[in-house]
Design a protein around this ligand. Structure first.
Ligand code: HEM
Length: 559
């Protein structure tokens, strides 16, 4: 036997294993103690040393549909344990210790007054949709550089010039919907609106027709698959962590997205001078061009002229692909759900449905077939769609697709909105929960009722009422949504061009017929019978928060 083998006696090996085990247990206990101490003395659901808030949160979650999005739970936790507008919960080791707020004053403190950095969970999530250097999760100079580079591509004036191409994509959507209406097909509206909004954003970002409404597209299919495989809310559902196919699928989808966008970026780079001449030097504001422009500005320092820059720096190329992916993701995933919810709520409220149609008749005339041409001719007609805008805002109030999570810091204190008492934030994830803010009875009358009228209130001098501070679907402060104007423009166009074509009926009673069609996990009969906020179209987490089951529906052609 060799001298090394002599040393490895069974007794010594057992000792070594024992020491490793003991150290692991001690480290775990140290971390557990640290996390459990953080929430001591702060308001929150009942807490145990061993399980943190998991058991008390579990009791609330058990009363909700199993598929409901995590952002819907805080309102119920607050109600169940009779908590105020902020509280803490401790799901460690399944998620970070979190300070939840449903108070606009507190949300303002960490998003506007001082814009705290995004929590690392945002970066983890965005690795699947953006990648290194993406604008949603990056910070400091890197974020600032990209935000300033892209801002011109999202100004209201510039976006109005894109209305004709948005209308073209909507016309394709309308004809697909009419065909489905004629056959009374049962389908998931969210898949259809996703293809529409992704085609729109493909044009805005890449100046490229993805045409995913008409045939399969590799980039779009990879995005959709990525939303299906991305884990989110594991603090509520640890089972999501143990599917071994997940990392493989995420990496494979990312590879395909990078390859597709990389090809387009390389082509755009190599043809830029020809395009510059063809457009008479006019500045192009597609996201892809704005990214290249910012690079060329830097790189031309060493070349005689921007047009002489011969190669694209690999680091820039990677960051540009990350950001383009980010825009493609953030730019479709949220708007597609908003459209579904607008159809849904209007279908439940015949008077509101009649009113929105009357507005479209008044603005475009009684023949819906004329509306596309009119909008292409005069995009500013959109500004007349007051009620339509209120419907979209109200859909976003009840069903906001996203919210912001920031990281607390040693020297940063929040303040109790009632007492003004300082609240430490170090080691906490700070979560301004849009669903909770938007349904907080302290800030909204009849908070769970769909009522667009609340966005049309005028004060005695005829001016619109000041915006409700508890309304934050696009977040606020410097990290607010860069695409909010685009989202509102395209949502108005989609509703203006489709509301009068068909009657929409949700088909949740038939949702189980669609089980197994590849959209996601099917529903049990017990879950299908549930409600959340009294509603059957609760939000599930698929990328951002989306309507349950992709909003199954049937359409009927209007005569
Ligand atoms: C109804 C539609 C939309 C909603 C509700 C929405 C909501 C939001 C929210 C809540 C944030 C803050 C996220 C955070 O703090 O982590 C955000 C950021 C962002 N959104 Fe949107 N969004 C929508 C549409 C769009 C569109 C159409 C685009 C792109 C064209 C877009 C691009 C972005 C980007 C790039 C950011 C990060 C901004 C930054 O950090 O500087 N969004 N959005």
């Amino acid at each position: 036997m060799s001298p090394t083998m002599d040393l490895l006696t069974p007794t010594r090996l057992a000792w070594a294993a024992g020491i490793v085990l003991l150290t692991t247990i001690l480290r775990f206990w140290q971390k557990l103690h640290f996390h459990r101490s953080l929430v001591k003395g702060l308001p929150g659901p009942p807490h145990s040393y061993l399980f943190g808030s998991l058991i008390s949160m579990g009791k609330v979650v058990a009363q909700q549909p199993g598929s409901a999005a995590p952002q819907t739970y805080p309102s119920f936790i607050k109600e169940y344990y009779n908590l105020g507008d902020w509280f803490v919960f401790d799901p460690w080791p399944f998620g970070p210790v979190t300070l939840v707020t449903l108070s606009p004053e507190m949300a303002h403190e960490f998003t506007v007054k001082q814009s705290m950095p995004k929590h690392p969970v945002v970066d983890d999530f965005m690795q699947n949709f953006g990648g290194a250097g993406n604008m949603v999760s990056s910070e400091g100079a890197q974020w600032k550089k990209w935000r300033s580079a892209f801002n011109p591509g999202f100004s209201a004036a510039y976006l109005m010039t894109l209305v004709p191409s948005i209308v073209d994509n909507c016309d394709v959507f309308s004809s697909i919907m009419l065909a489905r209406a004629k056959t009374n097909e049962l389908f998931r509206m969210e898949s259809a609106t996703t293809n529409l909004t992704v085609d729109i954003i493909g044009k805005v970002v890449l100046d490229h027709d993805l045409k995913s409404q008409l045939h399969p597209n590799e980039l779009v299919d990879s995005f959709i698959s990525q939303t299906r495989w991305t884990p989110i809310g594991v603090q509520f559902n640890p089972i999501e962590l143990i599917d071994i196919r997940m990392p493989i699928m995420l990496a494979w989808n990312n590879f395909k997205m990078n390859r597709y966008i990389g090809r387009l970026l390389d082509e755009r780079f190599s043809t830029r001078n020809a395009r510059h001449e063809a457009t008479g030097g006019k500045r192009q504001k597609y996201v892809i061009d704005l990214a290249l422009e910012s690079y060329l500005k830097e790189a031309s320092g060493s070349a005689a002229d921007k047009k002489d820059v011969a190669h694209m720096d690999p680091a820039f190329r990677t960051a540009a692909i990350s950001n383009i992916k980010t825009f493609l993701f953030a730019g479709h995933d949220t708007t597609s759900s908003t459209i579904c919810y607008a159809y849904y709520y209007l279908s439940q409220n015949p008077a509101m449905l009649a009113r929105i149609r009357a507005e479209h008749d008044a603005v475009f005339g009684p023949d819906p077939a004329q509306a596309s041409a009119q909008l292409k001719e005069n995009a500013h007609l959109l500004n007349k769609l007051e009620y339509t805008t209120a419907v979209i805002k109200e859909s976003l109030r009840l069903q906001p697709p996203a919210s912001t999570v920031r990281v607390g810091q040693e020297d940063f204190y929040l303040h109790d909105p009632e007492t003004g008492a300082p609240i430490p934030t170090a080691n906490f994830m700070l979560w301004a929960v849009d669903v909770g803010l938007h349904r907080n009875p302290a800030h909204w009358n009849d908070p769970h009722t769909f009522d667009p009228e609340r966005f049309l209130q005028k004060s005695s001098d005829g001016k619109p009422e000041p915006a409700n501070p508890a309304y934050v679907p696009f977040s606020k402060g410097p990290r607010n949504c860069i695409g909010q104007e685009l989202a509102m423009i395209e949502s108005r166009i989609i509703l203006a061009l489709t509301m009068r074509l068909f009657d929409f009926s949700p088909a949740y009673d038939e949702i189980r017929v669609l089980n197994g069609d590849g959209y996601g996990r099917g529903e049990s009969a017990a879950e299908a019978a549930m409600r959340q906020f009294g509603d059957q179209a609760w939000q599930v987490q698929k990328g951002t928060a989306k309507p349950r089951g992709g909003m199954p529906c049937r359409l009927r052609v209007r005569e």
